[in-house]
Design a protein. Structure first.
Length: 382
């Protein structure tokens, strides 16, 4: 006799989330699938700082001040912390509509637009929303089946709608949105300061080492071989990084002061031909900076580590005596119990036996009596 037993299987919500994201550490880390450039970012930062701490810092701490490596370590740790916080967090992904919600939205759209004649293009799916006495259009996302909130946009790389979408940054391996923009800005700001710091003291190291080597000091002669290869490599990396990172920091400082996103700036949402004013700006640089960098951080609406309980069946075999008239229970699935991801098992109740009065005449017999075949059973039919 085999008995089917239902056992609950714990499944986290991040395992069933749509989109093109990668999750690690049981859903605690959320990144984009394309992480190759993010590893390059880590390699450049770690490699440059390792060379600086291994060679230049020791000499500069002795010749100038021991505070030089300490301040460099503070900048390095802060830049790494903000980078990892930007890369490993939810940027503000908006969940997609459930099938019932999507059907309800479609019904509302059809009721609003009415029937479109054949051959004509349906009107755009747009809702008007008022912010600070100004009309803002909410666009419909055909992938997520929702009307996107103000300033949200669909990322084609991660395949998700992100709230207050700024841009997708391959250097951090994630989208930059409402929940991680401040960390992204602090990362590029601290990285700019760290790059300027290392570049400046590399030049100082070159000047001090060359003067010591020309003076014939022993320390200068020992440090000069490393100067010709490693220090020049660091100077080149810092020089080319300096222009891009510092320029990016200046651009985002301008956006923060105006309370504007990169996506809005590229599209010209508030500086186009219509000359529509930015309804999100307070008209004050300090207030805009406080809202973007110091405002309350909204919680994630994905609930990535939430539990979805599924049931899986396991068979257990056992032997037990079966009396006359007993039937082996069968696993059946009643109506309404078939759900996606769930297998609910129940034991079938034996059907009530049919009385002799309800049986056909040829089937009626006394208990224990052998069935008598019909008389015409052995005859051939002509």
């Amino acid at each position: 006799m085999s008995v089917m037993v239902a056992r609950k299987k714990v499944v986290r919500k991040w395992e069933k989330l749509p989109g093109r994201n990668t999750f690690c550490c049981d859903g605690r880390i959320m990144m984009a699938r394309q992480k190759g450039i993010f590893y390059l970012t880590l390699f450049l930062i770690l490699g440059t700082c390792a060379l600086f701490f291994a060679f230049e810092c020791r000499y500069l701490a002795v010749q100038l001040s021991p505070a030089i490596p300490v301040f460099a370590a503070v900048l390095f740790l802060f830049a790494m912390a903000t980078l990892l916080r930007t890369s490993f967090s939810d940027p503000g992904v908006i969940p997609r509509a459930l099938p019932d919600e999507a059907a309800f939205i479609e019904m509302e759209i059809e009721a609003t637009n009415g029937t479109v004649p054949q051959g004509q293009r349906p009107p755009p799916r747009i809702k008007n929303f008022q912010i600070n006495n100004q009309i803002v259009k909410l666009k419909y996302c055909y992938t997520c089946k929702i009307f996107r909130p103000p300033r949200a946009s669909h990322c084609s790389i991660c395949d998700n709608c992100v709230e207050r979408f700024d841009h997708h940054c391959p250097w951090v391996g994630n989208c930059v949105g409402k929940r991680n923009y401040r960390y992204f800005y602090l990362f590029i700001l601290s990285l700019s300061l760290l790059t300027i710091y290392i570049f400046t003291f590399n030049i100082v190291y070159v000047a001090l080492s060359e003067s010591a080597w020309r003076a014939g000091e022993l320390g200068g002669r020992e440090l000069f071989p490393s100067l010709t290869v490693l220090t020049v490599l660091e100077v080149l990396i810092c020089f080319f990084t300096l222009w891009s990172v510092v320029g990016l920091t200046g651009f985002h400082t301008f956006l923060v002061a105006l309370n504007q996103t990169t996506n809005e700036d590229i599209k010209g949402s508030w500086t186009g031909k219509n000359r529509v004013q930015n309804p999100y700006s307070h008209g004050n640089i300090v207030k805009n900076c406080c809202e973007v960098l110091c405002g309350p951080l909204p919680p994630s609406v994905l609930d990535r580590r939430g539990i979805l309980q599924q049931e899986e069946s396991t068979a257990q075999e056992g032997s037990c005596p079966q009396g006359p008239g007993t039937q082996e229970p069968l696993a059946t699935q009643g109506p309404g119990q078939a759900q996606e991801g769930h297998s609910v098992l129940s034991l079938q109740v034996p059907a009530p036996s049919v009385s002799d009065a309800e049986m056909p005449e040829e089937k009626q017999r006394m208990p224990g009596e052998l069935p008598v075949p019909p008389l015409d059973a052995g005859r051939e039919e002509h």
